[in-house]
Design a protein around this ligand. Structure first.
Ligand code: F6P
Length: 461
């Protein structure tokens, strides 16, 4: 292969440029050109196919900075519908017009789900990314546990259910231990919790901090590093009465409580507390109100009199507040661990294409003897018997539902990722750049402005 394409699809993460950087560096070593496709699959629906050559003469362009958050290529949640054969043919035709012989998609489970029909037309591999850390398997045969249950109320006539697992869970059996973007999202969430904590303490308040992750509780689990009192994850139904009792116990002792909830938490009937009713372009449920729903429940269960008796405010409404960490989790400079994983996964994806692999993904594996290392993995091994890839849920053994905190196994899972996740340069970067006088003098200069100067278009046919 002499020329490959690369794109970033789905929600961004702080480590996308690091993945692109790893891919481009490896490709240049192998004398392969890399064409960056602008705004994910969106670019391929545009007859002019906006694109950028990322390594002219096999030299990486200076705009590609692995320490910069976001993606210099831009991203979108557009995807190629596998049912629409004409769209697929058109997309591949446009890639071929660009001289692209293989494609690296940097994406999550949604992107991987759409990979197979593309891979039948052009060699295509994935380099994983997602702050949610939900791309991978808890154990290799996990996809076999999915069952289709007839459901007349569902649009497709069935819903998925999980058969009881027959696997013994072990950390070194996980497939894709961690995804780039996760460590930075946890770093931001844990830091936010530490900051909200001190103000909740001063004002005798109960804070509920909502973190992202959709139906997967990894970010909430990792936020334990910020030492919240209670962590609620989507994988374990919330017993609000039990939470209210725990809140009162802790409040009695320390006059403030810090709760973290994943945006996808569910009640005892399995309903998402935060469901907004809307869907994004890729069909994912939009989750926006988990912390608020929990706050309302706690307000009515604890009541105003409780706070008045303590002379700590007039009402429960006044005492209980919510904050979302929101998109700050997804932005900014990636921490060292994410840069390390991302660049290796990007490089591995290129190697896989050059080795003739197709419909496969690079993954990060971990075990105590080898540490973190990359491997290639056939995408079909992530698919259930009907060919669907499901988002990985946090394994229940990682969470202690009684303590509402990570279990011993959860702690063992987190430690290899986070013990050295922050590099000295990450802290030095803050010291050198945040209060630099130039920040006050010069307007912000966007990477998009520079990349724009390099964008090329195909002549319309
Ligand atoms: O999948 C990544 C993610 O950041 C989720 O954690 C979150 O629910 C969602 O994307 C938010 O999407 P958007 O950027 O479209 O608001």
């Amino acid at each position: 292969m002499k020329r490959i394409g690369i794109l970033t699809a789905g929600g961004d993460t702080p480590a996308l440029n690091a993945t692109i950087y790893g891919a481009v560096t490896r490709a240049s070593q192998m004398k392969v050109e890399v064409v960056g496709l602008i705004k994910g699959f969106n670019c391929l629906f545009n007859p002019r196919v906006p694109h950028v050559l990322l390594n002219p003469l096999h030299q990486t362009i200076p705009e590609l900075d692995p320490t910069l958050g976001g993606t210099l290529l831009g991203s979108s949640r557009d995807f190629v519908d596998p049912e629409k054969k004409e769209d697929l043919d058109m997309v591949v035709h446009r890639l071929k017009r660009l001289g692209i012989e293989g494609l690296v998609c940097i994406g999550g489970d949604g992107t991987l789900n759409g990979l197979q029909p593309l891979a039948e037309r052009l060699p295509t591999v994935l380099a994983p990314k997602t702050i949610d850390n939900d791309l991978g398997l808890n154990y290799p045969n996990e996809p076999d546990e999915f069952l289709r249950v007839p459901d007349p109320s569902a649009k497709c006539g069935y819903h998925y259910q999980r058969a009881e697992s027959r696997s013994v869970f072990a950390l070194d059996q996980m497939v894709n231990y961690v995804t780039p973007g996760y460590a930075t999202a946890v770093y931001v969430s844990a830091s936010a919790i530490e900051r909200v904590r001190t103000t909740a303490e001063s004002h005798r308040r109960i804070a509920i901090v909502e973190v992202m992750g959709r139906h997967s509780g990894y970010i909430a689990l990792g936020s334990a590093y910020g030492r919240p009192d209670i962590i609620l994850v989507p994988e374990v139904a919330v017993d609000v009465e039990m939470v209210a009792e725990r809140v009162k116990q802790i409040y009695d002792l320390q006059k403030s409580v810090m709760i973290v909830c994943g945006e996808g938490i569910i009640d005892k009937d399995g309903n998402e507390l935060g469901a907004s009713g809307g869907k994004d372009p890729a069909g994912n449920h939009q989750l926006s109100g988990a912390a608020e729903a929990l706050r309302s429940a706690l307000i009515s269960l604890i009541g105003d009199a409780y706070f008045r008796n303590y002379r700590r405010g007039e009402s429960a409404k006044e005492a209980i507040f919510t904050r979302k960490v929101g998109h700050t989790q997804r932005g900014g400079r990636p921490v060292l661990f994410d840069r390390f994983c991302a660049s290796q996964l990007g490089a591995k994806a290129v190697d896989m294409l050059l080795e003739g692999r197709n419909n496969a993904t690079s993954i990060i594996q971990y075990n105590a003897t080898e540490g973190f290392h990359v491997e290639g993995f056939d995408a079909n091994h992530l698919r259930d018997r009907w060919g669907l890839i499901h988002a990985r849920h946090m394994h229940p053994e990682f969470y202690d539902a009684r303590l509402m905190k990570p279990s011993r196994m959860g702690i063992d899972y987190l430690m290899p990722i986070f013990s050295n996740a922050i590099g000295n340069d990450d802290m030095e970067h803050i010291r050198n750049t945040l209060f630099a006088p130039g920040n006050l003098l010069r307007p912000y200069h966007s990477i998009n402005t520079d990349v724009n100067k390099r964008i090329r278009y195909l002549m319309e046919e």
